[in-house]
Design a protein around this ligand. Sequence first.
Ligand code: SF4
Length: 307
Amino acid sequence: MIQIFFAKELGFCWGVERAINLAAKAKNDHPGEVTILKEIVHNRQVVDFFKQKGVGQAESLDRIDTGTLVISAHGLSPRLKKEALAKGLRIVDTTCPLVENVHIFTRQLINDGYKVILYGEPEHDEVMGVMGIDGKNIHLLAEYDDIDKLPKFEGKVALITQTTRGVRAFEQVSARMKEIYPDIKIVNTICDATDKRQHAIHDLAPNMDMVLVIGSLSSGNSHRLRDIAKQHCGKAHLIDSPEDIDWSWFDSCRKVGITAGASTPSFSVEQILKALHEKVGIDLANSDARIFEYKSFAGYRDVQPAS
Ligand code: SF4
């Protein structure tokens, strides 16, 4: 009999819940077009949900000329915010306050004369928002192996990070940067939700035969959870819905760990659990009892999977 075990921390974080609720409220409160710039959070089913509710989505500000602009949980560069205001758009800003902190620290460091190295994913919306603060004094570091490709900086140097990067990877980057710049100022802006979900999978994965990480391909933090799980148990898959599962994965598995990214709604988890029950006979009642405590998010209860 296959058993499932949940990571101690998984699924929606408060910043994601907050963003979804603010976007939903914007649709209810404001007449006219309401358009989200990019994805409100990086989850396909949440994005589809808003489309079904009649909320527009645009990949660039050029495509939004009237009504209400919703800034996603990942934030926006100050230049684009100004452009939106100049266009006369009403702005509903759902930027997670912890992403906002990265903006605040970065601005403060630049004002204090630092060159800022941002450890982040090059195309991530949060990273593009922070990079947009200053075209000259912020340098992107995508991976540890790129450290030696950075310019050699004179004067004050600081290291800061995207909120959802790998905790241990950031420690390694920090240690190496400290060797190069002994006086470097290191500001750890990895958020608590990321930290807790990563620690939980570090704890769970070594005891599992396989880990399923529920989240969308666009979700960076879900990728990180999959990578951590894979390091520990060798077999980990990122899945968005039951269709992504290859049922042969379960051959010779007895213990299956489950986690979900910070932007993964509870109904995605429930869909997967239902499929596991039907296809491989996982006995939910005799698995981890916390399944019954895994609630739908509080603020916007009528979110349902897109049909
Ligand atoms: S993952 Fe962290 S930074 Fe991103 S929305 Fe959640 S709490 Fe905010």
